[in-house]
Design a protein around this ligand. Structure first.
Ligand code: ARG
Length: 457
């Protein structure tokens, strides 16, 4: 395609290091769509004859059908998806194929294709994240009153409900979707027509190509348009934050599925066994989601470092923009699917969770709050009195509400038997009615809001 000024062909090494077709072939749908939009515009502007434009568009349709059934041929000599497709078009319709590249460069072509691909990918990730939210909301409703220990420092802190815990992840995923939506809106400008770097002298209509490809408008600076990869970085940074959330959720499942916790039984379909220890059921899918998040962080880092020193406009380093984006996208898609399955299909052992919530003096704060509320004691002093009660319960090896009223009044005579109402984990959870608190009714209210936002009712 560019051999005119060369006396000798590239070496084997040059061909190999130069070839992006092994990975950029996934852009074929976007490449053909962008070429069809371009040739339609060239025809409308009288730059290419209607007859030639028709031959080109029909040829592109034929190629799309071929790719869909046979895949994209990986010819390293042709470097990338743009040249492979143009070469095939020339085979099919002859030299008229060469008119397609009028007022266009691979620089604006790849920037356009890649944006389209990232945009499509955001749309499919958004759908899968909505499905994960739906699973979280459903389990949250089911477990709005299922009590478990809430932790800080992974030490039992206060009782919470499992539904509340699920809704915490729902919030994270809601923000992830809004981040992806912001990135999508920002990237939705069309680079096509920026040509190599300086624009073109042909009387093209950039609004027309932008509209044909579903972009909001054409980009405003040709130098920026061909060398900007912010859209890919935005995507990777959204993907990274989302992956971090999935990783934290995955970590909870790993922990909860361990024998000392015993909070959850993972679905067989998302677990594996051991080849030596017959009793094992390992949370491999959750561990891999946790692991994949590290690789996704790596993809973001890779592209940031690739871009950081590049002068305007296009440099070949930018061919390396695609593998990290493709890798992150497929790792994230798998991770979302795995976590959706885990949330939807795991069975939660409410009795084990309740036992654990009762074991860790999780209602100590409720005793302190009661002393403040009912006996008018300043919180710091109430904290101290409660500490003494916990110490005594620990010595006896009993729960707080198993201390006798004599035990408690010995610690502080202002305590009376009404205190027992505050000491149960049910009372503790039910009392946390502040907006966004863990009381079952609060959880149910948030579930209702979420269902409305997700248009599930
Ligand atoms: N294969 C190239 C890439 O993916 C296409 C753009 C090539 N442009 C150029 N000036 N060599 O970045």
């Amino acid at each position: 395609m560019w051999g005119g000024r060369f006396a000798a062909g590239p070496s084997a090494i040059m061909r190999e290091i130069n070839a992006s077709i092994p990975f950029d072939k996934v852009l074929w749908r976007q490449d053909i769509a962008a070429s069809k939009a371009h040739v339609g515009m060239l025809e409308a502007q009288g730059i290419v004859l209607a007859r030639d434009a028709r031959a080109i568009a029909d040829g592109l349709d034929t190629i799309a059908a071929e790719y869909a059934t046979n895949g994209v041929p990986e010819n390293w000599d042709l470097e990338d998806i743009h040249m492979v497709t143009e070469d095939r078009l020339t085979q099919l319709i002859g030299p008229v194929a060469g008119r397609l590249h009028t007022a266009r460069s691979r620089n604006d072509q790849v920037a356009t294709d890649f944006r389209l691909w990232v945009r499509d990918t955001i749309d499919s990730i958004d759908l899968s994240l909505a499905a994960l939210q739906e699973a979280l909301v459903e389990r949250a409703e089911e477990h709005a009153a299922t009590i478990m220990p809430g932790f800080t420092h992974l030490q039992t802190a206060q009782p919470v409900t499992l539904g509340h815990h699920f809704m915490a992840y729902h919030e994270m995923i809601r923000r992830d979707r809004s981040r992806f939506a912001d990135a999508r809106a920002r990237m939705n400008e069309c680079p096509l027509g920026s040509a190599a770097l300086a624009g073109t002298g042909f009387p093209i209509d950039r609004d027309r190509t932008a509209a044909a490809l579903g972009f909001d408008r054409p980009t405003d600076n040709s130098l920026d348009a061909v060398s900007d990869r912010d859209f890919a970085l935005d995507f990777l940074s959204c993907a990274t934050q989302c992956a971090l959330h999935l990783s934290r959720l995955a970590e909870e499942f790993v922990l909860w599925a361990s024998q000392p916790f015993g909070f959850v039984t993972l679905p067989d379909a998302l677990s594996t066994g051991s080849s030596i220890m017959p009793q094992k059921k390992n949370p491999d899918a959750a561990e891999l989601v946790r692991g994949h998040s590290g690789r996704i962080v790596g993809c973001l880092t890779a592209l940031m470092v690739t871009m950081k020193g590049l002068p305007l406009a296009y440099s070949k380093d930018m061919q390396d923009d695609k593998p990290p984006v493709f890798e992150a996208a497929s790792l994230l898609a798998l991770s979302v699917a795995a976590m959706t399955g885990m949330v939807a299909q795991s069975s939660f052992r409410a009795s084990r969770m309740r036992e654990a919530a009762e074991a860790g003096y999780a209602t100590a704060t409720d005793l302190a709050d009661w002393l403040v509320r009912e006996a008018g004691i300043p919180f710091r002093e109430a904290h101290h009195i409660t500490g003494a009660a916990v110490r005594l319960a620990e010595e006896r090896g009993v729960a707080l509400d198993q201390l006798t009223i004599e035990d408690l009044t010995d610690i502080d005579p202002r305590i009376d038997s009404r205190v027992y109402q505050a000491l149960s984990i049910d009372a503790s959870v039910a009392a946390r009615t502040s907006h966004g608190g863990t009381a079952p009714d609060q959880v149910r209210a948030r579930v209702r809001d979420a269902r409305k936002a997700l248009r599930l009712e």
